[in-house]
Design a protein. Structure first.
Length: 135
């Protein structure tokens, strides 16, 4: 099964229905729901999603997070990942953490809207639209 790591922006695109990105993001979620792909995100990203849902005043955000959790696996961010991120060549620390979390999950690709943030990635980095075209 294909394993993909979702950056926070993709998850938020789906949940907040951000135009024009949400359709591709929702399609990823549906593929995971139908067990066609396995999706992962980091504990950091999951917390970030909660922050933005709260900021957007999504009243049922805990229910949304529970539903999200039912279709994705959360990668623990531990000392090893932090140490790798600290010693990496990434210019953005959070992106480095996301990359090493994806690496620890043996992800086949990282899905994000910010491809340029992952120029040092050894894992293929795609937008949601690009990934869907590969299937």
């Amino acid at each position: 099964m294909i394993k993909v790591f979702l950056d926070s922006d993709i998850i938020l695109d789906a949940i907040l229905r951000r135009v024009p990105f949400y359709l591709a993001a929702i399609n990823l979620m549906e593929l995971a729901h139908n067990n066609r792909i396995k999706i992962y995100t980091s504990a950091v990203a999951f917390v970030n999603v909660n922050y933005f849902l709260n900021k957007a005043k999504i009243e049922n955000r805990i229910d949304v997070l529970i539903q999200l959790r039912s279709i994705l696996d959360i990668i623990e961010v531990n000392a090893i990942i932090i140490d790798q991120a600290l010693s990496s060549t990434f210019t953005d620390f959070e992106d480095a953490v996301q990359f090493y979390a994806a690496t620890s999950a043996n992800a086949d690709s990282i899905i994000t809207r910010n491809i340029k943030d992952y120029t040092h990635s050894a894992i293929p980095v795609l937008t949601a639209e690009q990934f869907l075209q590969t299937l």
